[in-house]
Design a protein around this ligand. Structure first.
Ligand SMILES: Cc1cc2nc3c(=O)[nH]c(=O)nc-3n(C[C@H](O)[C@H](O)[C@H](O)COP(=O)(O)OP(=O)(O)OC[C@H]3O[C@@H](n4cnc5c(N)ncnc54)[C@H](O)[C@@H]3O)c2cc1C
Length: 376
């Protein structure tokens, strides 16, 4: 039993939990984070795409959370590098969106209207322009768009930088703490207990346990449905740089790495908490990669992995207090875009912890919303 009472206790050391702990610690809050296993390991599965986005006050809250996340990354990346000397590799490399038939082209045309409404820069490209920008990308296209503000970073390095920056600001990070359980006194959450029985007390406990959030909230009279959606990814190592920009074709994509490697993502399949890659999953990705950039057929196959995306039924995250309880907040369910939303989520949580009005409306993310909308 620890006698100390922290200002903030974060349960879960993924991208969301570490970003929250960092935001609280850098603003002088006495912060502790408890991670069941290795810090950042789950979130490191991400491809590292930070889509273009802007926080436009006229847009719905979800788009604002995404947009603010994208806006915060350049300054955040610089600050983390200054504080820790770890460069997260953030770079506005730009992106291409491809359509290969009429219905895909119509989908992109609709999306381009959304980009305009969100203040995102884009331009439609001819196949000749695609060939000039990215000579390895197929020109067998119905339509193509360039989004110059699309960015990428190295998720592992970013997570390492966040952990180091948390420590730099005095946060206490506890890895391998096992499945931590909330400690409740009546209707007030007063902290959490690690597997070894050690209890950490805090004014505010934030549950950011990704796909495991439902279990982490056991003990409270609340039931949110987070389901894990597996994403499989492959890494190719071509002999020469194949693409400089992120290339998107529907839900398939290529992300260039600084060393010339190409990440090929990603499947969306539901297999509970299983995280192995399948023949069907990886072969589908590789087939898609060869369509987008045919010369990748000759690239060395370097590795593959899978991760779990925490998904809600309506596709929106949960962000805010647990109805009926004090001392507890939840930040979970960020699904396909947790990396993008993490800095904005952290800002909102810090504001809630400090009893300041949140910088964007969070009513859409409340835990007691009817969450029966069709799945994304
Ligand atoms: C293949 C793939 C590619 C992706 N690519 C991108 C991308 O390019 N851009 C993007 O924005 N997003 C991407 N995502 C989505 C992004 O990775 C997720 O949205 C994000 O990782 C969710 O972060 P999280 O911190 O909520 O959850 P997690 O990463 O799952 O972290 C939750 C943490 O909580 C810990 N935990 C759970 N229960 C407990 C407990 N009781 N006590 C203590 N600790 C606990 C877990 O061990 C884990 O470390 C991708 C996802 C996948 C799978």
């Amino acid at each position: 039993m620890s006698d100390k009472t922290f200002d903030t206790l974060v349960v879960g050391g993924g991208i969301i939990g570490l970003s929250i702990a960092y935001e609280c610690a850098r603003h002088g809050m006495c912060t502790v984070l408890l991670e069941r296993s290795e810090l950042g390991r789950e979130s490191a599965a991400a491809a590292g795409i930070v889509p273009a986005g802007h926080d436009t006050s006229t847009r719905p809250a979800y788009e604002r959370l995404l947009g603010l996340g994208s806006e915060l990354y350049p300054e955040l990346s610089q600050r983390l590098c200054k504080e820790t000397t770890i460069d997260n590799g953030y770079q506005r490399c730009g992106g291409l969106e491809l359509a290969r038939n009429a219905s895909e082209a119509e989908e992109l045309r609709w999306e381009s209207e959304q980009w305009t409404a969100q203040g995102i820069n884009w331009r439609r490209l001819t196949t000749e322009q695609v060939g000039k920008l990215e000579p390895s990308v197929t020109t067998d296209l119905e339509a193509a768009y360039e989004l110059p503000e699309t960015a990428r970073l190295d998720p592992s390095r970013h997570l390492q930088a966040l952990a180091a920056a948390c420590r730099h600001h005095g946060a206490h990070l506890v890895a391998n703490a096992g499945d931590c359980e909330l400690v409740v006194d009546g209707q007030r959450v007063v902290g959490a207990q690690a597997r070894d029985g050690k209890t950490f007390h805090a004014e505010t406990t934030v549950v950011a346990a990704g796909s495991w959030t439902r279990t982490a909230l056991a003990g409270l009279d609340v039931d949110i449905h987070v389901r894990p959606v597996r994403g499989q990814i492959a890494l190719l190592a071509p002999e020469q740089h194949v693409v400089r920009r992120i290339v998107m074709w529907g839900r398939k994509y290529l992300v260039p790495k600084e060393d010339g490697g190409v990440i090929v993502g990603s499947t969306e399949d539901e297999a509970g908490f299983q995280k192995h890659c399948t023949v069907e999953g990886i072969s589908g990705l590789l087939a898609g990669a060869m369509v987008m950039a045919p010369s990748l057929a000759r690239a060395r196959f370097a590795s593959h992995w899978a991760g779990l995306r925490p998904a809600s039924a309506d596709g929106l995250p949960w962000l805010g207090p647990v109805p009926g309880y004090t001392g507890i907040l939840v930040a979970a369910g960020h699904y396909r875009l947790g990396l993008q939303m993490a800095p904005a989520t952290a800002r909102v949580v810090f504001e809630l912890v400090s009893a300041a009005p949140p910088c964007l409306p969070i009513d859409d993310f409340r835990l007691d919303r009817p969450s029966t909308a069709p799945q994304p």
